[in-house]
Write a protein that binds this ligand. Structure first.
Ligand SMILES: Cc1cc2nc3c(=O)[nH]c(=O)nc-3n(C[C@H](O)[C@H](O)[C@H](O)COP(=O)(O)OP(=O)(O)OC[C@H]3O[C@@H](n4cnc5c(N)ncnc54)[C@H](O)[C@@H]3O)c2cc1C
Length: 419
């Protein structure tokens, strides 16, 4: 069995940044395992711009952003295996992977960084009634067809779901000559970034039908049309509001799920809300030495945030290998009153050098409200927010000084308050 100090599973932006950071910490015996035939992850198919505004202060396309990290991995001689699928992982940190040249490979690692990204929810996950005809794709698959393979999935399109991938694909299909008839969203607000609503829908006069859903798909061989209808506050269809839209393609952008089959096998504890591992300040899971970052941990809106988080995961994995991480009393971080989740869910102040970013998302739209942070019952932060939406990830920075001010703190609570 081959042995490594750190193995990184997944060579997307999270895995690349984590690997670079481990290497920068002076740990050389590392390996990236990637199932695709190239590094870069989902960014390879995201040919639109908008990446890197925070990290590079420039507007890059997805492949350009990824290439900067791929170049660095190559310059630093970080070893990686492509076309290598990790099949199994256990809590003793033994990895089983397979590729064409070597067959089944067994690897033992002192530390593992999970960076497998996420996958799209398919039609089966939302049970849309109607026939099982051709012409129904997830938005990400359609993106790969158009941007990588050079195929057009259809000419007259309805998109269900207004998350960022749905919005980006509305514009992409329009630029490639299709007519996008509507983007239909179950919720009363879009879960995508505001900039994407403006640049991908408003600029192309594509209607966004909020509080609507697809109630039927018509077509024998191929989609011929879909029926949409308005939903009430209870998200149930309001009878009499049905509208038939002829189209040949339905794209589904109805959510992303962190890719955690391997994490489960390693007995990593997962959060019911994020679908990703429960982690502490070091991004370490409940299994000692297994860390997680990027979309496998929680679905990110911006790749820049993925990079920042993953650099941190790499640094902490290196500390673990050097035996420098501290296991002490952990403070629980609670998400209540409008906050859906936080990452991390636990903080051990001893491991926080200068400060720690606690990232979170709200569960609804809030206007003119406050994000409050309580150390037990004491309110320490009260930050005015003009608008908070579930589509935009938020963060609060907790300094080591602030953590040290409450040495006996049991709980840090983050909530939305009206005043
Ligand atoms: C359509 C779309 C539009 C986007 N637009 C923007 C934008 O405008 N701006 C922005 O900042 N961000 C955008 N993003 C978000 C950004 O692309 C992601 O946040 C980022 O790619 C996540 O990085 P990751 O490394 O966690 O996951 P991924 O990029 O998904 O990488 C995960 C990697 O792990 C590999 N892997 C998984 N399982 C295994 C296994 N078992 N064995 C081996 N390898 C495995 C996969 O093949 C993949 O390469 C967009 C995303 C999408 C999908």
């Amino acid at each position: 069995m081959r042995e490594y100090d750190v193995v990184i599973i997944g060579g997307g932006p999270a895995g690349l940044a984590a690997a670079i950071s481990v290497k920068e910490e002076g740990i050389d015996n590392i390996l990236i395992l990637e199932r695709e035939n190239q590094l870069g992850g989902i960014l390879n198919q995201c040919i639109h711009n908008g990446f890197g505004l925070h990290v590079f202060k420039e507007e890059l396309t997805g492949p350009e952003y990824a290439q900067r990290f791929i170049d660095k991995v190559k310059d630093m001689n970080i070893p990686y295996k492509l076309n290598t699928m990790v099949l199994d992982l256990n809590k003793d940190k033994i990895i089983t992977a397979v590729n064409e040249e070597e067959g089944i490979i067994e690897i033992k690692a002192k530390s593992i960084i999970l960076s497998m990204g996420c996958r799209e929810r398919p039609r089966g996950a939302i049970n849309i009634p109607g026939s099982r005809c051709a012409g129904i794709y997830t938005a990400g698959s359609a993106q790969k067809f158009v941007n990588v393979e050079g195929y057009m999935p259809g000419k007259e399109v309805v998109i269900l779901g207004s998350g960022d991938i749905g919005l980006i694909m509305a514009r992409r299909m329009t630029l490639e000559g299709a007519k996008v008839k509507a983007v239909v969203e179950l919720l009363p607000y879009s879960s995508g970034l505001k900039r994407n609503i403006v640049q991908c829908l408003d600029d192309f006069e594509i209607p966004l039908k909020l509080s609507h859903t697809v109630t039927d798909i018509k077509g024998k061989e191929r989609v011929e049309g879909v029926t949409i209808a308005e939903v009430g506050k209870d998200r149930k269809v309001i009878k009499g509001t049905e509208e038939y839209i002829p189209c040949d393609t339905l794209l589904l952008s109805v959510g992303l799920l962190p890719e955690n089959e391997l994490s489960r096998k390693a007995e990593v504890k997962l959060s019911n809300i994020t679908g990703g591992p429960v982690v502490d300040e070091s991004l370490e899971t409940n299994v000692n030495g297994i860390f997680a970052c990027g979309n496998v941990l929680h679905v990110h809106d911006l790749v820049d945030n993925v990079t920042a988080e993953s650099l941190n995961a790499g640094k902490n994995a290196a500390k673990y290998v050097r035996g420098e991480s501290f296991k002490g009393n952990k403070i629980e971080v609670l998400a209540v009153d409008g906050i859906r989740y936080t990452v991390p869910q636990f903080i051990n102040p001893e491991n926080v050098e200068k400060s720690i970013d606690v990232r979170f998302r709200v569960g609804d739209v809030f206007k003119d409200s406050f994000i409050s942070v309580y150390f037990d019952d004491v309110r320490e932060m009260h930050i005015k927010k003009r608008i908070l939406t579930p589509g935009e990830m938020e963060k609060v920075k907790l300094t080591r000084g602030l953590l040290d001010k409450y040495p006996n703190c049991k709980r840090i609570t983050i909530k939305v308050e009206g005043k």
